[in-house]
Ligand binder design. Structure first.
Ligand code: C5P
Length: 222
C-alpha cells in the first residue's frame, strides 16, 4: 500500500446529543469510528491509518480500534486543522498519498477509498468525492426573504475521503490559511486544481438522529 488515511476524530461534537465525542457514538452497538476504520482498513491500497483522538481518550481509542485494524493514534489539537496536522506528522516520509476521512462517514465503502486514491495516483494533486445537489437551493437574506435561486447544476455536495499528494497536503497545512471546513479548501486557496470523482450514497455523514436510523437500516440489509 502507498496510502495513509488520516481520521480527525478529536472534536467534542454535540449534533447527536450531548455527552460523547461524535466519533464514538454508537451505530448498531459499535462506535462510528470503528465502523469507519474497519472499511478504511479493507481498502487494499491503505498502508497506515492515523486517528487524531481527544488527548484524554487516546488510550481508549487505541483499545477500541485494536480488534479492527492496526492504527496509529495521536493526540488531536484545538481545531480540526491542527488535528489533521498532528496526524500528518505521524505519516512516514515514503507514503506518497494521504487521504483525510470523517469518522462520521462510517459506512463509506472501501471501493470509494480506492477510487479516490487511484485518482491521486494517476497524477492529480487533490481529489474529492462528490454527489449532485438534489434540492433546489435558495440564497436567503434578512427576514428569511429569498434573494435568489442558485443554479444547482454547478453545485456538488462534498464527501470524504479527500485525497492528496502528500506534499500538497503538507504545503496546504503550512500555508497558514484560515481554518476551513475541509482540507481541499486549503488546496484551492493555493491555486492548485481540486478534481471531483463520483461519491457514494453510503458515504453519507451520520450526524442527525435520522441518519442513525437510516444507517442502522442499511447495516441490516443482506
Ligand atoms: O465539530 P466539527 O464538525 O467541526 O468537526 C469536524 C471533524 O473534525 C470531526 O470529525 C471532529 O472530530 C474533528 N475535530 C478534530 N479536532 C478538533 C475539532 C474537530 O479532530 N479539535
Amino acid at each position: 500500500g502507498d496510502v495513509a488515511v488520516l481520521v480527525p476524530a478529536a472534536g467534542a461534537g454535540v449534533r447527536l446529543g450531548p455527552g460523547m465525542p461524535k466519533a464514538l457514538r454508537a451505530l448498531a452497538g459499535e462506535p462510528l469510528l470503528r465502523h469507519a476504520v474497519r472499511r478504511v482498513a479493507a481498502a487494499a491500497s491503505v498502508r497506515q491509518i492515523v486517528v487524531a483522538a481527544p488527548p484524554a481518550q487516546a488510550d481508549a481509542v487505541r483499545e477500541l480500534l485494536s480488534p479492527v485494524a492496526p492504527v496509529t493514534v495521536v493526540a488531536g489539537g484545538a481545531h480540526r486543522q491542527q488535528s489533521v496536522a498532528a496526524a500528518l506528522a505521524a505519516v512516514p516520509d515514503d507514503v506518497g498519498i494521504v487521504l483525510v476521512h470523517d469518522a462520521a462517514r462510517a459506512l463509506t465503502p472501501p471501493d470509494l477509498i480506492e477510487s479516490v486514491a487511484a485518482a491521486v495516483r494517476s497524477g492529480l494533486p487533490a481529489v474529492i468525492p462528490v454527489l449532485p445537489v438534489v434540492d433546489t437551493v435558495k440564497e436567503v437574506g434578512p427576514g428569511d426573504v429569498v434573494l435568489g435561486t442558485v443554479d444547482r447544476s454547478v453545485l456538488r455536495s462534498v464527501q470524504t475521503p479527500q485525497g492528496f499528494r502528500r506534499d500538497v497536503l503538507a504545503a496546504a497545512h503550512a500555508s497558514g490559511a484560515d481554518p476551513l471546513t475541509d482540507d481541499a479548501g486549503l488546496v484551492e486557496k493555493m491555486g492548485l486544481p481540486v478534481t471531483c470523482v463520483p461519491g457514494s450514497d453510503l458515504a453519507m455523514k451520520i450526524t442527525r438522529p435520522l441518519d442513525l436510523v437510516l444507517a442502522e437500516a442499511l447495516l441490516r440489509l443482506p
